[in-house]
Design a protein around this ligand. Structure first.
Ligand code: SAM
Length: 259
């Protein structure tokens, strides 16, 4: 099994290292499936204070990560014996929206990839224009820094590397795996505070369970994320039939299906 190499440039390496040291990322690293390399952006600083930021030209609040230390840090790593995994992606609200498809694309990059975390008011535009190969955003909100965004990307991608999850089948069944949300999951006890687990899940009839899960997945996605259903070209006729069988005719009609 081959693993993935992911490198991170940050002014808070300890934050990335700490999360990379537990649970699934730790196990993936121990199994040789994730080669996580965290680099301190301050290694590119050339003054006594190891400063990496400066005031913005044109005025305004806050500080901006300066190009000199960022270029120096990246070039120092790239020039080392291990080189640098490319593409190098800057994390920021202006980037391409990170989603499951983007995670799948990153997970199969043969040489892995690198992430550059911004801070303060962001990075000097020349870093975005001339140092990195692209930009990634994890959503339409503003974080204080790119570290959490980098960890979101790293975890979502690492889960997709073959061998990282115990049960290989589980990735396909999950939300977004086939353009749908996942069906509801239950565990023991069968009755909790008077709420029962659906009978079908305790029936031992694998075909019925699979059919129920498929129906639930379709209904949930149509109800909560009709945009996902539209993106996969709507519901096939046999999928509509499953919903009709489950008594969801009204839901189908609400979404323009002719029943
Ligand atoms: N001034 C910037 C703007 O308005 O677009 C926001 C800078 S933000 C306070 C500081 C850093 O956090 C960014 O450089 C980026 O690395 C990270 N960041 C913030 N929001 C993010 C998001 N939605 N996705 C990825 N990274 C984000």
């Amino acid at each position: 099994m081959t693993g993935i190499r992911i490198e991170v440039f940050t002014i808070f390496p300890a934050v990335v290292e700490a999360y990379g040291d537990v649970s699934i990322l730790r196990r993936a690293r121990d199994a040789g499936l994730l080669d996580l390399r965290v680099h301190d952006l301050r290694l590119g600083a050339d003054d006594g204070h190891r400063s990496v930021d400066d005031a913005p030209f044109g005025g305004g609040a806050g500080m901006v990560l300066a190009p000199r230390p960022l270029f120096a840090a990246v070039e120092q790593v790239a020039g080392g014996t291990a080189g640098l995994a490319r593409p190098l992606l800057l994390l920021g609200p202006s980037g391409r929206r990170f989603d499951q498809q983007a995670a799948e694309e990153l997970a199969v990059l043969p040489g892995g990839f690198s992430l550059l975390c911004g801070r303060y008011e962001g990075v000097d535009q020349r870093v975005a224009d001339h140092l990195v190969d692209g930009e990634l955003s994890i959503g339409d909100f503003v974080l204080a820094g790119g570290e959490l965004a980098a960890l979101v990307v790293i975890e979502a991608v690492t889960r997709l590397v073959p061998g990282v999850l115990g049960n290989e089948a589980s990735v396909d069944d999950e939300s977004f795996g086939a353009g749908l949300l996942e069906y509801p999951q239950y565990t023991r006890p069968a009755t909790f505070r008077g709420w029962d687990v659906p009978e079908v899940l305790r029936s031992g009839d694998h075909a019925r369970v699979a059919r129920w899960r498929r129906t639930q997945s379709l209904a949930r996605t149509l109800r909560r994320r009709p945009d996902l259903v539209a993106a996969r070209g709507g519901l096939a006729f046999d999928e509509q039939e499953l919903l009709v069988e489950a008594g969801e005719v009204e839901l189908l009609r609400q979404h323009g299906y002719d029943w």
